[in-house]
Ligand binder design. Sequence first.
Ligand code: PLP
Length: 378
Amino acid sequence: MRFATKAVHVGSETDQDAAGSVNAPISYSVTFDQNRQKERFEYSRTGNPTRLALERNLAALERGKYALAFASGLAAETTLMTVLKAGDHIVCMDDVYGGTYRLFTQVFANFGMKFTFVDARDPAAVKKAIRKSTRMLWLESPSNPLMKIVDLRALGELARSAGILSVVDNTFASPALQNPLRLGIDVVVHSTTKYLGGHSDILGGAIVTSRDDVHERLRFSQNALGGVPSPMDCFLTLRGIKTLAVRMERHCANAKRIAEFLAGHPAVKRVLYPGLPKHPGHDLAKRQMSGFGGMLSFTLKDPAMAVKVLRRVKVIIRGESLGAVESLIEHPATMTHASIPKGLRKAGGITDGLLRISAGIEDIDDLVEDLGQALGGR
Ligand SMILES: *Cc1c(COP(=O)(O)O)cnc(C)c1O
């Protein structure tokens, strides 16, 4: 089956209620009669029918053997870190989701884990950062919010030859545009809150892998830590996924048009969108993604204008999050990435004049008009 077909059918075909339902039933039972069925379900934290339907779907979309669903992207990340222990060293991409940075530096660092942040666009820099105690390489591509593209195949190979686990946060691309496991990456994590759910109405996370050892450990941790999604969360995520393929086409088309509009606007200094031929990661993105995605960032010539643009938008919503049907605009320096220390943030390129857009699926002319009036003039 091809992607769009899997998105609609896998997990929903189980017909657990024997009624011919075309959707997975929302199974709210916490415990299961062990005389009536013996194998699959015991207690809902350990395993739940609706969650299993979602997990089967997620594994199929990422072309992995196994998937585990969680209550949020950060619950998935927290659980994933239990493959490590005190003293372990992690090499992490320098431009990661603000919450990932906060989790690593303000939670797991307290448990004795060590982190080095590097610009993973340069595989030599990653190689140099690897020590004897390194156990994990954590990547994002495209990255948040600077839209850096890193070579997943090369970095997966580097990690494998060094004997360390490679992880990609694939939230920005979604499985519709990029399958890191196919490029040799060990583990994919998602905030399913974003493109997979797709409607800004459900929080969720996922881990997908084809490695038996990693999955076994994580399945244990999913139950031991308990950060699982509710059956309704799972149902809504599955429902969102059914339209992922068509939504993604529109997200990509709208983002491209917005990027082109901004690139030609006199108030704009630079547009960061991998779909623009001028983007340094354009060729690489073309090779490892099947579309350039719905996310873009841009810097204004006058940084003081950023706040004004945010106040003036009428169709595009000023808000955090991404990947949903409505277009969103935000200011990383004061919103999504405020938890990164100012010096580090600026040195990394998250300046005060930087704005990030998640292109929704609205009519493109309304979006471009709205940005035009928000930027003043034209
Ligand atoms: C939102 C996000 C997360 C965290 O997911 P939550 O569902 O909000 O916990 C992780 N990584 C990326 C890239 C994200 O955008």
